[in-house]
Design a protein around this ligand. Structure first.
Ligand code: PNS
Length: 166
């Protein structure tokens, strides 16, 4: 059975992420969306539990997709799933440098682990979780950026952030 791992911080999940997950689910028998900590990113907007719940709701329409969280190294986690392949989305050349480096580090930890890249759909090339956070915090319209069922929750969180930060 072929298994893909789609890792990310998903703070929050965007339609760009969901597009990659959906396309991955058509290629692999099973997809594990892995919510992880990116220690290079400052204080997240959403807790791990909130991110897990949002990702879960966003992917529940895909029967071969499950959601998990692990706090640790991605390549170590993948050792428990020897057949699994990492699948990541690439939006632009700027993503490539970072992902190439990540791939080399992951290979050093787990030489058996392969990474495959799907190019982002053109309509999501501009989209990232940081764009969504910024839009939400300043009251922008999130339609077409995140799954529609998550908009209320993201707006609530942004409202709380505005009240706290003036
Ligand atoms: O959505 P992101 O923030 O680009 O995802 C990056 C993520 C979470 C996949 C990456 O930071 C990661 O793999 N974190 C887990 C720790 C790890 O294995 N780091 C790589 C070796 S330093």
């Amino acid at each position: 059975m072929s298994i893909a791992i789609c890792p990310g911080s998903f703070d929050p999940i965007t339609l760009g992420h969901l597009n990659i997950i959906r396309r991955t689910s058509r290629i692999f028998d099973e997809v594990i969306v892995l919510v992880m900590v990116n220690s290079n990113k400052s204080t997240p907007m959403f807790s791990i539990d909130e991110r897990l719940s949002m990702v879960q709701r966003a992917v529940e329409r895909y029967p071969n997709v499950t959601v998990n969280h692990v706090d640790g190294l991605l390549a170590e986690y993948a050792k428990k799933l020897p057949n699994a392949v990492l699948v990541k989305g690439l939006r632009a050349a700027s993503d490539f440098d970072y992902e190439f480096q990540m791939n080399l580090i992951n290979k050093k930890i787990n030489p058996e682990l392969e990474t495959m890249f799907l190019t982002s759909s053109e309509k999501y090339t501009f989209l990232s979780s940081s764009v969504v956070r910024e839009m939400a915090r300043y009251g922008g319209d999130l339609t077409g950026l995140v799954p529609s069922e998550l908009i209320d929750e993201i707006e609530e969180k942004a409202k709380a952030w505005r009240e706290h930060n003036g």
